[in-house]
Design a binder for this molecule. Structure first.
Ligand code: PXG
Length: 466
């Protein structure tokens, strides 16, 4: 790959002077200068200094078909020349938006009495979750139960960064800035076995106990006031927290018992990440609303939305009248055309089946070997997402004091060695493109072993290890 000639310092100077980055300490970034990414191909990205990095995060959990797909660029170009934009507000539609809605309805599995025949479009995961709040409230109003207002989310869940998205999520750092959560949103503890299980508790027993926190919360609030529960099938931004197998079926039993709506936020997990088109199928539950974004277009262009299950859709359509909610870009023709081309690639290359039956199991097998590393307390995968925990005492799985920022040190070694892997505290996580080959997984594992060895050497030199 030939990198485009870019004057790094010039870009960094403009960036520092004018671009306020998301989730960033502005002053700190300005003191060092942003990394300038200039090109990408397959599973690799290049920076302006010509350094190649294996992108084990698919951008930000998006680029499921990998970088450099001409078909997606062609789909955008063709659609832009034909109809670059038109709104879908005033009894109007466009060909890609209607076609994609039908396609998504055909891909979303029916479970039990729940089918997904309808889509509400937005441009991001955050907006989609705002739409969820609007639809959930509208649903209960229309059913004559306006007192059902409370939505329950989870600590360390991530549902976006708008007022509603950040409120539904359970990130304490976000809540601390800006008086969040907004009223009528509350949280239960996450199903994180490594941190929250009792000594000697089995994973299955922990899963049931963690789901039970939902029932406790519902009873504490009063079931007649609870509107919905929202959760990610596997928490992504929270650190690839994979729930025990017993967790979701028990959540389903509880929401059914109290008649509350279930929202599955699949912004990360849908479109093959866990080996299914939609993750609720893998985990055995039947949501009413399913949030999607990111990989619907493999991140090539912004698009998000909500799959609206028949329970909610029926009420909104038959009893609702006008729904006073929507976005300029709801059903954007170019974004929908790119999504259609992206889904076509995924189908043609059987990327979902490949994750389920081939590269997912291969990654699981290779990743499990990391458990032998002296620094690793736990190493686990789900499809093509994986997380490992860095610990100071392997036998007792003792964490490092958080102020040592061992995860950030490990991440620095990643960047220096051509690997993009995220640190969430001391949990290192990956979610590579679904196109990754066995040889590339081997390359990835070699890099992970290398950065773990370097981090271990640092921790030993600083006398941090037990
Ligand atoms: N829901 C989930 C489950 C997400 O992962 C959103 C909603 C919000 O999507 P938008 O498109 O509004 O960003 C997300 C986004 C990270 C990280 O650090 C993860 C996300 C966004 C930014 C950073 O892992 N996920």
């Amino acid at each position: 790959m030939t990198t485009t000639a870019v004057n790094t310092q010039h870009i960094q100077a403009m960036d520092s002077a004018h671009f306020l980055h998301p989730f960033t300490d502005f002053k700190d970034l300005n003191s060092r200068g942003a990394r300038v990414i200039t090109e990408a191909k397959d599973i690799y990205v290049w920076d302006s200094e010509g350094r190649r990095m294996l992108d084990a995060m698919s951008g930000l959990w998006c680029v499921n078909v990998g970088y450099g797909r001409k078909e997606l660029a062609d789909a955008a170009h063709t659609q832009m020349m034909q109809l670059p934009y038109y709104n879908s507000f005033f009894q109007t539609t466009n060909v890609p938006a209607a076609t994609l809605a039908a396609k998504l309805a055909s891909l979303a599995p029916t479970v039990g009495d729940r089918s997904f025949d309808h889509v509400f479009y937005s441009s991001s995961g955050s907006e989609s979750n705002d739409s969820n709040v609007r639809m959930v409230r509208r649903y209960w109003d229309l059913l004559g139960q306006p007192e059902r207002k409370v939505i329950i989310g989870r600590v360390n869940g991530y549902h976006g960064s708008t007022m509603a998205g950040a409120s539904l999520g359970g990130m304490s750092g976000m809540h601390a800035q800006g008086d969040l959560p907004i009223p009528n949103i509350t949280h239960i503890e996450q199903p994180y076995y490594f941190e929250n299980a009792l000594p000697g508790e089995s994973s299955d027993a922990f899963g049931l106990r963690a789901a039970g926190w939902l029932e406790q919360k519902i009873l504490e609030i009063g079931p007649e006031k609870v509107a919905a529960f929202i959760g990610e099938p596997v928490q992504g931004a929270g650190g690839v927290i994979i729930p025990p197998a017993t967790y979701w079926p028990e959540i389903q039993r509880i929401v059914d018992k109290y008649g509350i709506l279930l929202v599955s936020d699949e912004v990360i997990c849908a479109f093959g990440r866990v080996g299914h088109w939609f993750a609720y199928e893998k985990f055995g539950y039947k949501p009413d609303l399913v949030t999607f974004a990111k990989a619907i277009t493999s991140g090539y262009i912004p698009l998000g939305g909500v799959m609206v299950g028949n329970r909610v859709a029926k009420v909104l359509i038959e009893q609702g009248g006008e729904f006073n909610h929507g976005y300029t870009y709801s059903g954007h023709p170019v974004a929908c055309a790119v999504a259609l081309a992206n889904l076509e690639i995924m189908e043609r290359e059987n990327l979902v089946g490949r994750v389920r039956d081939d590269v997912g199991p291969y990654l699981a097998q290779q990743f499990a070997k990391l458990s032998d590393h002296p620094l690793v307390g736990v190493a686990e995968t789900c499809g093509l997402m994986a997380g490992l925990v860095l610990v100071k005492n392997k036998a007792h799985k003792t964490p490092f004091p958080s102020e040592l920022e061992v995860g950030m040190r490990c991440r620095a070694h990643c960047f220096a060695n051509g690997l993009i892997m995220r640190a969430v505290g001391d949990r290192m996580i990956i979610a590579p493109p679904l196109t990754i080959t066995h040889a590339q997984i081997d390359e990835l594992m070699g890099l992970i072993h290398k950065v773990l060895d370097l981090t271990l050497a640092d921790a030993r030199a600083a006398l941090w290890m037990d």
